[in-house]
Ligand binder design. Structure first.
Ligand code: PHE
Length: 443
């Protein structure tokens, strides 16, 4: 018995050393002999915010089914290997290690929550396996290294978008912030909202904290009620926000509640119900947008999954398509350094969440939308589009002429922290027009 085990060990170590030898040059060529393109997907398919992982998986599945049905990439099909990390950072690290070392994936798509992407990104970076996060918006995620990129905007822009909306559209002078202390996403948005709100002449009356295991938020809310701010900014995830909204209204607090993309889940209506009236969020896209490229996606997704795609599904779809496009341009996925360069060179890619151009920090420079919560219809209703600096509302084009009437009155431009990061902010006219077509419209 011992001999057999010993023999297995010897054989395994020979294989392992061959695999190591193959990892030559700049990148990682471990998956060289594969007859499919292996893409690892990791996310929270179970746990508190499981709708994030589910939507992401569905969006990727739809994109990959379309790509494979059309013959794959240079004759190779994409094979998805999906892992559940239960929304736990430690688990995210573990499953990404497994996807790289055992499954030999050529690329990774994930995570949603910035904290989980931050936990796994160093593993991908040191193994030199390109990772595209569809939806993690904290700036630190792509700072991990050149193998890490994203197809969404980042939180300095998202936080500032809501601060500007609060100060300008809602004419708020005072705000309280109630944030999740264990979430990099929430901590970042707290900081960026505060910066822009005070820059606009507003005052933050208090910053209160919660954690995802808190059963009750009335202590923090009572403190906020005593200060009577014009608005409350809650940069958290839907799983707590729904309950927070309910408890705030129970305490007689009727001021607008503001948030970010983390509120986006069909589950929020069950958790928050009518208490979500008079609330607004920043987000990546609006499923209401009549632009044909968006409605085609919404139809295809609904036919497959029987639900309206949220922004996670849309971003995940875009991330998979951006990856496929890069694999094509790189002439395959075997040379990970080449693939990483191709991903990072993504320009003017027409996604459903807007035109995707990665800047020098591998972040997408895109407009954000402000949506109003309509609990009676269980839907997010489009309010306005906010453009990053250097990108302006498009001039009317025949296909989006109707919706551009809205853009003209609703569009705002604001400075984007991307610019400070050395980002390419001269999005060309074409790119701006496409983004707007994808984002600025209303029914
Ligand atoms: N931006 C969030 C984060 O970084 C994740 C998220 C994106 C959640 C889009 C919902 C919708 O943690």
């Amino acid at each position: 018995m011992t001999r057999i085990i010993l023999a297995i060990c010897v054989v395994t170590s020979i294989f392992l050393s061959i695999a190591c030898v193959q990892k030559g040059g700049d990148g990682n060529t471990a998956g060289v002999s594969s007859d499919t393109i292996k893409v690892g997907v990791y996310g929270d398919l179970t746990g508190q915010t499981a709708s994030f992982g589910q939507s992401t998986k569905n969006g990727i599945q739809l994109a990959v089914d379309e790509i494979n049905a059309a013959g794959g990439i240079n004759g190779k099909k994409i094979e998805l290997i999906v892992e559940d990390d239960q929304g736990q950072p430690q688990q995210a690290t573990t499953v990404v290690q497994k996807l790289i070392n055992q499954n030999k994936v050529h690329a990774l798509l994930g995570e949603v929550a910035s904290t989980n992407s931050l936990a796994a990104a160093p593993v991908a970076q040191s193994a030199r396996i390109p990772m595209i996060t569809p939806s993690s918006t904290n700036p630190k995620v792509t700072e991990v290294g050149d193998y890490i990129s994203r197809v969404c905007f980042i939180d300095p822009f998202q936080g500032a978008t809501m601060a500007k909306f609060a100060a300008t559209t809602l004419k708020a002078k005072t705000a309280a912030i109630l944030g999740d202390v264990n979430s990099d996403y929430s901590k970042g948005l707290t900081q960026y909202f505060e910066q822009e709100f005070t820059k606009n002449g507003g005052t933050i009356v208090t910053k209160e904290a919660y954690t995802q295991t808190d059963p009750d938020f009335k202590g923090q809310l009572t403190k906020i009620r005593n200060l009577n701010p014009d608005v409350i900014y809650i940069p958290g995830y839907y799983s707590q926000v729904g309950i927070i909204a309910r408890q705030a209204r129970e305490l007689g607090m009727n001021m607008p509640l503001l948030g970010g993309d983390g509120w986006d889940s069909p589950e929020i209506w069950k958790l928050g119900g009518e208490a979500l009236k008079n609330s607004y969020i920043s987000n990546h896209y609006s499923a209401d947008n009549p632009a044909p490229e968006i409605q085609n996606f919404v139809k295809a997704y609904q036919a497959k999954f029987n639900t309206v795609p949220d922004s996670l599904a849309a971003l995940a779809y875009d991330a998979a398509k951006v990856l496929a496009d890069a694999i094509k341009r790189a002439g395959g996925a075997e040379d990970s350094a080449k693939l990483k360069d191709a991903i990072n060179a993504t320009k003017n890619f027409a996604g459903v969440t807007g035109t995707i151009t990665l800047d020098a920090s591998r972040n997408a420079v895109k407009p954000a939308v402000v949506l109003e919560l309509s609990p009676a219809q269980s839907k997010f209703t489009f309010k306005e589009t906010i453009y990053p600096e250097g990108m302006s509302a498009p001039t009317a084009s025949p296909t989006v002429a109707d919706s551009n009437a809205n853009a003209a009155t609703n569009a705002n431009t604001m400075s984007n922290a991307n610019a400070a990061n050395g980002a390419n902010t001269n999005a060309n006219a074409n790119s701006a027009a496409n983004s707007a077509a994808a984002n600025n419209t209303n029914k």
